[in-house]
Ligand binder design. Structure first.
Ligand code: AMO
Length: 439
């Protein structure tokens, strides 16, 4: 007999089937043994009765998380028993045969059968290969898979070509000190902090490109929104009139993703008590205006023209009240806190750049880039970089580079904030932070 998925049993009442999966729970009720079997499609309750001697003897030995195979007939379940949220519900399996495929090596260090595991983050991450099996945690990554798919789908529809760029680089891309230096044979190299240089090269070739790729940040901060390796949803587009074009494109993209997640992941969102509202436009205000709001409405003064995490939380709170929006664009960041490739505004103290904030956290950064070679070299010098060290990057601008710009969108931050997870680390399968390099 060929194995079928648990979700298919619903329509097979009275039929004999073979199922395979993991043991979510085993309950002994008098002479009966109930085993909840879980596969990728759902969970089904199974019953083993003493009459089926061989199966019964096997069932007695079975423990949580064994991988097993079962054969039996599908029965309708008494009504009222069908309401367990994540189970197939209206059917159960009367077991005739059991085959143990793989046992557990030792007692389970954590109980993953509870619906809502009350583990601290450390434990949750230490036993990751096990805790990820928990039904509710599983859902996070189903939403993530959909989020990644939707990004690709929409970008392609909008004429962006998907590219993959190198992650081992000869120079750091984003300035600052948060890069990892590695040994590359007899030279030094850097792990990519972003696909910045190569996606710009992509514009010179294909006009519009996007990338879903892993990037690395030697961020020493141990926070709820930083990891040291994350997946960036990047885009870069040519022949723009201004950086407004980029915000418009990002706005359309996020609007499409939110709308589709709302529809396609209703069950998952409900489980997390998460709601996302559809929108057409996202309010846009200058960073300096945001700082005035902070001062006037929240009594928060800042010395430099910059916004800290607390300010980002406050401005999102304000955007919710003022515009009923979970998202807000802050624009025109000062040039001294933006990378050298950022296009200066008419007033060169500022730049044609933005951050997109969502529910209190920055989820994307973007802007227009300098596309004129000599202007770029000058700006590098202003930022204390030597153009000689960026020769191959500068080559991009030698042969007809159009006005362009793009964004980097942190996929895990987006997922974290959609589901309302406390830490970004819950939104990463196997997160890397200052203290964690395994599992
Ligand atoms: P930036 O450095 O702001 O911009 O990064 C873009 C987005 O990436 C996410 N992000 C992170 N997520 C998790 N952990 C981190 N340590 C981390 N650091 C950043 C955030 C952030 O908004 N090249 C530019 C983008 C561009 O202009 O196209 C860049 O990398 O969501």
């Amino acid at each position: 007999m060929k194995r079928i998925l648990i979700s298919k049993t619903r329509k097979l009442i009275g039929e004999k089937v073979k199922l395979a999966g993991w043991v979510s729970a085993r309950r002994d009720h008098g002479k009966l043994i109930f085993i909840d079997l879980r596969d990728r499609s759902g969970i089904i309750q199974t019953v083993v009765i003493p009459d089926k001697e061989e199966a019964y003897e096997a069932a007695k030995k079975i423990r949580h998380e064994y991988a097993i195979e079962m054969e039996g007939s599908v029965k309708e379940r008494p009504s009222g028993a069908a309401n367990q949220e994540l189970t197939v519900g209206n059917v159960e399996l009367e077991v005739e045969k059991i085959k143990i495929l793989s046992k557990i090596e030792e007692d389970l260090p954590v109980d993953i059968s509870e619906k809502e595991m009350k583990l601290n983050l450390e434990t949750l991450l230490n036993y990751r290969s096990l805790t990820l099996r928990n039904e509710r945690i599983n859902l996070i990554f189903k939403v993530y898979s959909e989020l990644l798919r939707l990004y690709g789908e929409f970008m392609r529809k909008e004429g962006f070509l998907e590219i993959k760029t190198p992650k081992i680089l000869s120079s750091a891309t984003e300035g600052g000190a948060n890069f990892f230096k590695i040994k590359y044979f007899d030279r030094d190299a850097y792990l990519a902090q972003s696909p910045q240089f190569y996606k710009q090269a992509g514009v010179g070739i294909f006009e519009r490109v996007f990338e879903v790729g892993t990037v690395f940040r030697a961020e020493p901060h141990f926070t709820t929104r930083h990891v040291n390796e994350y997946v960036s949803l990047d885009a870069e587009m040519g022949f723009i009139d201004s950086f407004e074009d980029i915000m418009n494109q990002l706005e359309k993209t996020v609007s499409f993703m939110f709308g589709s997640i709302k529809e396609n992941c209703a069950k998952e969102l409900e489980n997390y008590g998460a709601e996302i509202s559809g929108f057409k436009t996202i309010p846009r205000i200058k960073l300096t205006e945001a700082l005035s709001v902070l001062e006037n409405k929240f009594g928060k003064k800042t010395e430099k023209i910059d916004i800290d995490p607390e300010g980002e939380r406050m401005i999102c709170e304000w955007a919710k009240k003022e515009y009923n929006s979970d998202l807000i664009f802050l624009t025109h960041y000062p040039s001294n806190i933006r990378p050298f490739y950022t296009m200066p505004s008419a007033d060169p103290q500022y730049t044609e750049s933005f951050d997109l904030l969502f529910r209190g956290v920055e989820i994307a950064t973007g802007g227009q880039r300098i596309h004129d070679l000599s202007q770029l070299k000058e700006n590098m010098k202003k930022h204390k970089f030597n153009p000689e060290d960026f020769k191959s990057y500068l080559d991009i601008f030698r042969y007809g580079m159009p006005p362009h710009g793009g964004w980097g969108l942190g996929s895990e931050r987006m997922l974290q904030k959609i589901l309302g997870l406390k830490s970004i680390k819950e939104a990463v399968l196997f997160p890397r932070d200052v203290k964690r390099l395994a599992p």
